[in-house]
Design a protein. Structure first.
Length: 404
């Protein structure tokens, strides 16, 4: 006698953390002994109720589960018809290795194309993975699971470094040579690729990760040693700037000021909702979660931020990311600031400004949405560097006053 049924999260991974996905397996019981066949599918606990629920692809996934169970039963019935002992290892091999069933024969790119829309992340982050897929298609040498070798990863790294970035029409017409992808951009492609390989390993697509044989630090991160930030004077120059009302430059200036004095990322500003704030002793205060990481942070609306909000009906200024970056270039030119203005620079500047004004590291970590003060230490290094610079300026005063 035998029986088959779908078992969810046998190892209890989804129970440990609601963000974890549990494995779906076919449990085959033969003479009271159980064997498990991995279906290659994983879902969160909230999406399992004896079947997959509350997902846009639930019908397709349940259909796939039905196909797998049906194939398992068919293979077991063959053993019964032939009056042979049921060998679950052979059943597993016949169901997934020896057939053209998509569950096992999907190429890496086919699996990735299907999997990326299902990733549980913000739409902005998911776009990075879509671009990863596009780059792999363009590369053309890593399409199958067997292509994932150390040698091929190094070849892909070289190819990425030689890839030109997209040029503006004006730059092309001016005959400017196209820039190449930066070390940071290439490093991010490796980071996204590692994540997808890890995901594939968890669902049984592959059993090895070529990155495990590549030393840590082998690929350059492109991170700068010295963290860039704006000084008090540069921050004030942006606050004092008055572009034409309603222009993209004006909206960008207001959004940048909003970031300068909240420390919010661009994605967090676009989700801003004043209804999540309460006035405590005349100050707008809120506890929220970051869009990108889901980590809790404390937000207080300082006067420059409230001033911006009042101009927009208590809503954060809205502008597309590309238009925002383009307008920030104009603001940089108008203010004479030499540091390249970009969205994340406002977040860095907020952190260093807070530390310069005596805010404790633990408090800043809560404001930034960091899980530990370790993540906040990079800003402390900046303030230490500023102290050295201040001492240097003071020391030069003594040199200037020396008798000739």
């Amino acid at each position: 006698m035998f029986s088959t049924r779908i078992v969810f999260d046998r190892r209890g991974q989804a129970e440990k953390d609601k963000n974890n996905e549990g494995t779906l397996e076919v449990r085959v019981t033969v003479d009271r002994k159980s064997y498990y066949i991995n279906t290659g599918m994983r879902v969160r606990a909230k999406h399992w109720a004896g079947a997959i629920v509350a997902r846009p692809d639930a019908d397709a996934l349940n259909n796939r589960l039905g196909i797998i169970v049906r194939r398992v039963n068919e293979e077991i019935n063959k053993f019964i018809e032939e009056r042979r002992p049921i060998d679950v290892a052979i059943v597993r091999e016949r169901c997934f290795e020896g057939t053209k069933e998509p569950v096992r024969t999907e190429t890496m790119l086919e699996w990735m194309k299907r999997e990326i829309p299902l990733l549980n992340m913000t739409e902005g982050t998911r776009r990075h993975y879509q671009l990863l897929y596009d780059r792999l298609v363009q590369f053309g040498k890593m399409t199958r699971w067997g292509d994932l070798t150390v040698e091929r990863i190094y070849e892909w790294d070289t190819w990425l470094h030689a890839l030109p970035v997209r040029q503006r029409t004006a730059d092309k017409q001016a005959g400017k040579v196209a820039e190449r992808l930066s070390d940071a951009a290439v490093y991010n492609y490796h980071k996204y690729m590692k994540y997808m390989i890890g995901r594939a390993m968890r669902v049984g697509r592959i059993d090895r990760n070529p990155y495990d044989k590549i030393g840590t630090g082998e690929f350059k991160t492109g991170k700068r040693e010295n963290l860039e930030y704006l000084t008090d004077e540069e921050m004030q120059a942006i606050v004092s700037l008055r572009p034409m009302a309603g222009s993209p430059m004006c909206v960008a200036r207001d959004l940048f000021v909003f970031q300068l004095y909240t420390g919010m990322s661009y994605s967090d500003t676009q989700r801003f909702d004043i209804r999540q704030y309460k006035k405590v002793d005349g100050v707008w205060t809120s506890n929220q979660e970051r869009v990108k990481t889901g980590v809790a942070y404390v937000s207080v609306l300082l006067p420059p931020v409230v001033e911006v909000l009042e101009r927009y009906g208590m809503q954060a200024p809205k502008i597309g990311n590309a238009d925002y970056n383009h307008a920030l270039k104009a603001i940089q030119m108008a203010t004479g600031i030499t540091t390249r203005l970009h969205s994340h620079l406002a977040r860095h500047s907020f952190a260093t400004w807070m530390l310069r004004n005596g805010v404790a590291m633990e408090s800043l970590a809560k404001m930034m949405g960091h899980t530990t003060t370790r993540e906040t230490q990079k800003y402390a290094k900046v303030t230490a560097q500023m102290v050295h610079e201040d001492f240097g300026r003071v020391a030069r005063l003594f040199d200037d006053n020396k008798p000739q």
